[in-house]
Design a protein around this ligand. Structure first.
Ligand code: DNO
Length: 358
């Protein structure tokens, strides 16, 4: 297992590489160029600049996140060809700088969605990301976008890039005629076009689940259960067509048995990486993000780490999200302290599992 940390680059992150390096057991980053619009080529110069900084800090960067897929690809429009070509070039450029895994998603319009980015946790005065379907019903898509952008403390948030949201109404309208099967057909077209390039350069694509793990605003969503992922890995049969199992995204739906899902896809060799975090259920389609410790939420992090250890022991993982604690303010979901605590806890579980299995 390689423990990593998400970092947005020195112009966009308030957390420094030195701070990340000081977290015990941190091998490197899940990196991102957060200023790139969906569909744009990530140039060699841009990638090199990011990598040079990371390597100078004594860290690796073998995983890159949020190489966003242009909506025209998801909608199957003729203009997708150019965007697919750009995507292929980005894959090649990333591979040249040592990238082994690319995390992306195929969610229409919205990446992850929350109704509150800083909900107070009354027991201890910290706060975390929160979702309540009932609140969402009152809000509607435009309002949730405004709410999210206004409350992100001036930081960019992955999946909420302004350019993707500027044509929101038109895009939402267009999706009305796309069924889940239709979306899968467009997805297959994309995978058939890019996976041979990945195989050529030794890159694994890792699809991130829908978050929350059910459809929203009537949009087709096809990545929130084991059954969905079975279909996705079959769309193009290659070890390069893999998954980023995010325990918190999938785990937002209590029916998803996360350790079982990890075991299933781990045995198939289709896990490119994992985001590991905990959620606390508060009612029907209502949850908040919790500290990583199993007893702080509803997921069993020991069983999760054990499943990873048993079926994909060499995978990349990162602590995900967590709360804002100790007065920290920053990018919602991406504070330093609780993610660092999460990494330490997950490393502790790992050490115990390793020693006990010898
Ligand atoms: C949310 C992140 C996601 C993820 C993207 C990948 O916090 O885990 O935004 O990076 O879905 O495309």
């Amino acid at each position: 297992m390689k423990m990593t940390f998400r970092w947005y680059g020195s112009n966009s992150d308030n957390i420094s590489l030195r701070q990340i390096k000081q977290i015990p057991g941190m091998s490197g980053l899940m990196g991102v160029l957060d200023y790139k619009a969906a569909g744009e080529v990530w140039t060699e110069e841009e990638i090199r600049a990011y990598m040079d900084e990371v390597h100078a800090a004594g860290l690796e960067c073998e995983v890159i996140e949020s190489v966003n897929v242009h909506e025209d690809i998801k909608m199957g429009l003729p203009s997708r060809e150019q965007y697919i070509e750009n995507y292929r070039l980005t894959i090649r450029n990333l591979a040249k700088y040592g990238v082994k895994v690319i995390v992306y998603n195929f969610m229409p319009v919205f990446d992850w969605l929350r109704t509150d980015l800083a909900r107070l946790i009354p027991e201890d005065g910290s706060n975390s990301l929160y979702f309540d379907e009932a609140e969402l019903g009152d809000m509607g898509p435009m309002e949730i976008v405004r709410n999210t952008i206004e409350n992100c403390n001036g930081f960019t948030l992955p999946g909420w890039e302004p350019e993707r949201l500027s044509e929101l109404e038109t895009t939402l309208e267009r999706y009305k005629s796309i069924t889940p099967d239709g979306l899968r057909t467009n997805y297959k077209y994309f995978l058939d076009a890019i996976i041979p390039t990945c195989e050529e350069c030794g890159v694994v694509m890792a699809c991130h689940p829908d978050d929350p793990a059910w459809p929203i605003f009537g949009l087709p969503r096809i990545a929130h259960s084991q059954e969905d992922f079975d279909k996705i890995v079959q769309l193009h049969d290659s070890p390069s067509n893999a998954l980023c199992l995010c325990t918190g995204s999938l785990g937002s739906h209590p029916d998803n048995d996360i350790p079982a899902i990890i075991r299933h896809f781990g045995q198939l060799n289709r896990i490119g990486c994992l985001h590991v975090r905990n959620v606390k259920y508060l009612g029907h389609r209502k949850f908040r993000e919790a500290a990583h410790l199993s007893s702080a939420g509803d997921l069993d992090l020991f069983e999760i780490m054990k499943a990873i250890h048993d079926t994909c022991p060499n995978v990349y993982i990162r602590p995900d999200h967590g709360r804002m604690i100790w007065g920290e303010s920053g990018r919602p979901g991406y504070g330093l302290y609780d993610r660092a605590l999460g990494a330490a806890y997950l490393n502790g579980l790992w050490e115990a599992i390793e020693k006990m299995s010898k």
